[in-house]
Design a protein around this ligand. Structure first.
Ligand SMILES: [Zn+2]
Length: 401
């Protein structure tokens, strides 16, 4: 999807950066080691990896996890398995910037990781962060038969917490235990994310966005998310008081928001484009089709469809201006779980315009021939799109284990 829905007519009075509440580039930097904490319980069990600060201007995840580590020191006898808390982008965390040379959450493609491992050293600050982090992650994945990931992030604008995941059945079950809207379809829009990479390595995991970078309560919600993850992954016994408090904190914020939404539109930004979001939008605010949301290169950017506005960009660094999402009916989720367990994709190449490739679990769809519902059907069957929406689309089966 491209950002082609701008109108050529400039607004009567174009907003200026000073009017638009644009956040300064930096947040206060923090200096942390790669391994922020590693707690081994008294009983065997799964491993939970918690990563904070993959974006360096998002320190809330690190700060929230540090609180949990301090509290867990007194609860070790209750803990099964182990918790490993890692810093994402250490150099960017120190600088208080999203990244120094390149976004660390866009470079975890298999090809890139293999190339860097072979070279042993990266060319950019983030490539070297990736190498260090990858070493810790791979060692940790071998520690126990089951590994979980909690990847903690925050946003430039305000808004409630939400969960982002690669929609495998295991990830979905893990994500639905958090009382925060679950957002599907982002992985089709963003390549090279850490959680997608770890999902391919068999880790069950989610990303949680816990609020805006500068709101002190974002740290409270990051802490809440980690307590909930410890209970959900089975490191803490069910009914842990900290997880109960965390659940209540997130539930109060979720209110009546839907359990699951799906991304319908991504407003991608060209590098160095002048993009200014209209002030005072928040995540999960409902917007109407045609509403002016931003100004880009002096032109109005209107909402191409009605829905929930997600991640409006209020900082200079970033590749996405905003997303628009729609609620997913719970019946659709139940149905998709059933058809995926039945492996109904055995028959999907019977559809006109759908072809098998030499790789199992990978199909091409000719959208000029396939019926309009072909991509929706693939989603239902547990596939995700690879590459842009074009006449020929490649759909790849998710790893449902
Ligand atoms: Zn982030």
């Amino acid at each position: 999807m491209t950002s082609s829905l701008t109108t050529p007519r400039p607004p009567a009075t174009p907003p200026q950066p000073s009017d638009l509440g644009l956040q300064p580039l930096e947040v206060p930097g923090i200096e942390v080691p790669r391994v922020i904490g590693h707690i081994v319980g008294n009983q065997p069990g799964p491993t939970l990896l918690c990563v904070g600060g993959v974006h360096g201007n998002e320190p809330a995840g690190v700060l929230g996890a540090q609180r949990v580590l301090a509290a867990l020191a007194g609860l070790k006898s209750d803990l099964r398995g182990q918790l490993l808390v890692l810093a994402g982008n250490r150099a960017a965390l120190k600088a208080g910037r999203r990244y120094l040379d390149a976004d660390l959450n866009r470079i975890w493609t298999d090809e890139n990781v293999a190339r860097l491992r072979a070279a042993g050293v990266g060319e950019t600050a983030e490539e070297n962060e990736l190498l260090e982090l990858d070493l810790e992650l791979r060692q940790a994945i071998g520690l126990s038969p089951q590994t979980y990931l909690l990847d903690l992030h925050s946003t430039s604008g305000p808004g409630p917490s939400f969960v982002v995941l690669e929609d495998s059945l295991a990830n979905r079950a893990f994500g639905l235990s958090f009382p925060a809207p679950l957002v599907l379809g982002i992985e089709e829009e963003l390549g090279g994310t850490l959680y997608h990479y770890l999902s391919r390595l068999g880790v069950t995991g989610i990303t949680v966005e816990t609020g805006s970078h500068r709101d002190p309560s974002t740290v409270d919600r990051a802490e809440a998310a980690l307590w909930l993850a410890l209970e959900t992954a089975g490191l803490l016994p069910a009914g842990s008081p900290q997880a109960a408090a965390g659940r209540q904190l997130l539930q109060e914020q979720k209110g009546r928001l839907p359990d699951v939404v799906e991304i319908h539109y991504r407003h991608a930004l060209e590098p160095d484009s002048q993009f200014l979001m209209v002030p005072d939008y928040a995540g999960f605010q409902l917007v109407e089709a045609g509403e002016v949301l931003a100004v880009e290169e002096g032109r109005e950017v209107r909402a191409p469809a009605s829905g929930y506005l997600l991640m409006p960009l209020y900082q200079p660094q970033g590749e996405d201006g905003f997303f628009i999402a729609r609620a997913v009916h719970p019946a659709w989720l139940r149905l998709s779980g059933v058809v995926r367990r039945l492996h109904a994709e055995r028959f999907i190449h019977w559809l006109p315009g759908v072809r098998r490739t030499e790789h199992p679990g990978r199909f091409t769809v000719d959208r000029g021939v396939a019926r309009w519902f072909a991509l929706e059907l693939f989603h239902l069957l547990g596939f995700h799109r690879e590459g842009p929406v074009a006449r020929r689309v490649v759909m790849v089966r998710r790893n449902d284990g």
